[in-house]
Ligand binder design. Structure first.
Ligand code: ADP
Ligand code: MG
Length: 325
C-alpha cells in the first residue's frame, strides 16, 4: 500500500502523543509549544541515511526506530543531561510500506518511553532515493559536561564494555546467515544500543570536575577528542581494557579485540576523564550501582600524542576509525 502524508501523521499521533503537563501544544499545529526547562537547555540533532548509516535489509524497522532516537539520547547523556523533546523528520521511499512505518514508530515510541522523551512534531516527505531520518532532541542539565576539561594526570575510563557493536556490525555484513548466542549478543548491541543517561547523571552526582563524550566512533576517537580539546596527550593501556566475554568468544584473536575496542564505534558508552582521586572514589560506588568495574583505560599527559602501551612497548596510534566523508 502506498503511504500518504495524512496516514503518516495519524500514525505519529497514535504512537507519540503522551500526556505531559509541560507540553502546551502537541503534534497537529504549526509548531509544538512547551514550557521552559529548568537549568540549561541542550539541543542536538542526528541524521541517518540509508546505505551510509543503516541498510534496510540488515536492521528491523523496530530496531531502526529505537536506534534513531537512542543515538541522539546518547549525545544528551554525554553532557550529563536528561532528554526532553524530540522532532522526527523522515524522507521515505517506495521500499517502505505502512507496516514498516508502524514498526519503526513502535521502536521509536518504546525508546521514547524508556527515556521519558516526548516526540512532539516533525516533518514527512517522500524521497526519490534513500530513506532519510533526522531527529532533533532537546534536553536539560544543571551543569553540562564538556570535552575540553581534562587535566594532566587525569584518568580515562568508560561506563561499559566497548567493541561489541563493531563486532556485531562485522557479523551482519559477513556472509553468515545464522548466529550463535555470543554473536547475537554483539549484534543486539549494534542494532539496539542503550544510551547511558542514568550513568551520566550518576557520575556528575559524585564528581565535580571531569570531561566526557560518548563512544559513538570508538575509544581512539573519544580519547583524541578529549585530548585535543583539552590540549593534552594520552597513554592508553591495552592490558586494562575491559574485555567482554561475549566479544572474546566471537573474536578469539586478542589483537583484533583491541582493534575493535579502539576503532569500531556505536557502543554509545560514555568515555570520561577524571582525577585519580575521583576515579578511586567513584569506582566502588559505580560498581555497586551498575555492576561494572570502571577500567583504567589511559592517563593524560602533556605530550599531545596518543600512544598505546602494549606488552611494555609504546606505539603511537594513527586514525583508523570510521571516516564519515
Ligand atoms: P507543516 O505543513 O506546517 O509542515 P505538517 O502537515 O508537515 O505541517 O505537519 C502537521 C503536524 O504533524 C505538525 O505538528 C508536525 O510537527 C507533525 N508531524 C509531521 N510529520 C511528523 C512525523 N513524521 N512525526 C511526528 N510528527 C510529525
Ligand atoms: Mg511539514
Amino acid at each position: 500500500m502506498k503511504l500518504n502524508e495524512y496516514q503518516i501523521i495519524a500514525l505519529a499521533e497514535k504512537y507519540f502523543i503522551k500526556n505531559n503537563s509541560n507540553i502546551v501544544k502537541n503534534i497537529g499545529d504549526d509548531t509544538a509549544v512547551v514550557k521552559p526547562v529548568k537549568g540549561l537547555q541542550l539541543l542536538t540533532s542526528d541524521m541517518l541515511i540509508e546505505g551510509t548509516h543503516f541498510l534496510l535489509d540488515k536492521i528491523s524497522p523496530y530496531n531502526l526506530g529505537w536506534k534513531s532516537l537512542a543515538v541522539n539520547i546518547s549525545d544528551i547523556a554525554s553532557m550529563s543531561g536528561k532528554p526532553d523533546y524530540a522532532l522526527l523528520s523522515i524522507g521515505l521511499n517506495n521500499k517502505v510500506n505502512y507496516d514498516w512505518l508502524e514498526d519503526f514508530y513502535k521502536g521509536l515510541s518504546d525508546c521514547a518511553n524508556t527515556y521519558q522523551v516526548n516526540i512532539i512534531g516533525g516533518d514527512t516527505v517522500s524521497s526519490k532515493s534513500d530513506v532519510v531520518i533526522n531527529i532533533a532532541l532537546t534536553g536539560n542539565s544543571e551543569k553540562p559536561i564538556y570535552r575540553n576539561t581534562a587535566k594532566e594526570n587525569y584518568i580515562l575510563t568508560s561506563t561499559g564494555y566497548l567493541g561489541l557493536s563493531g563486532a556485531g556490525l562485522k557479523l551482519l555484513l559477513s556472509e553468515k546467515k545464522s548466529f550463535d548466542k555470543y554473536e547475537n549478543y554483539c549484534i543486539e548491541k549494534h542494532v539496539k544500543p542503550i544510551p547511558k543517561v542514568s550513568e551520566g547523571l550518576f557520575i556528575s552526582e559524585y564528581v565535580n570536575d571531569f570531561a566526557m563524550c560518548d563512544s559513538s566512533d570508538g575509544l581512539y576517537n573519544s580519547a583524541k577528542l578529549i585530548s585535543k580539546q583539552s590540549n593534552l596527550g594520552i597513554d592508553l593501556f591495552s592490558e586494562n581494557f575491559s574485555f567482554n566475554s561475549n566479544l572474546c568468544e566471537v573474536e578469539k584473536d586478542l589483537n583484533q579485540v583491541i582493534d575493535l575496542i579502539l576503532y569500531s564505534g556505536e557502543d554509545y558508552e560514555l568515555i570520561f576523564a577524571l582525577s585519580e582521586n575521583d576515579y578511586n572514589n567513584l569506582k566502588e560506588k559505580y560498581y555497586q550501582k551498575f555492576q561494572f568495574q570502571l577500567p583504567l583505560l589511559g592517563k593524560f599527559n602533556n605530550s599531545k600524542e596518543i600512544k598505546l602501551l602494549k606488552k611494555s612497548n609504546y606505539i603511537t596510534l594513527n586514525d583508523k576509525s570510521f571516516n564519515h566523508f
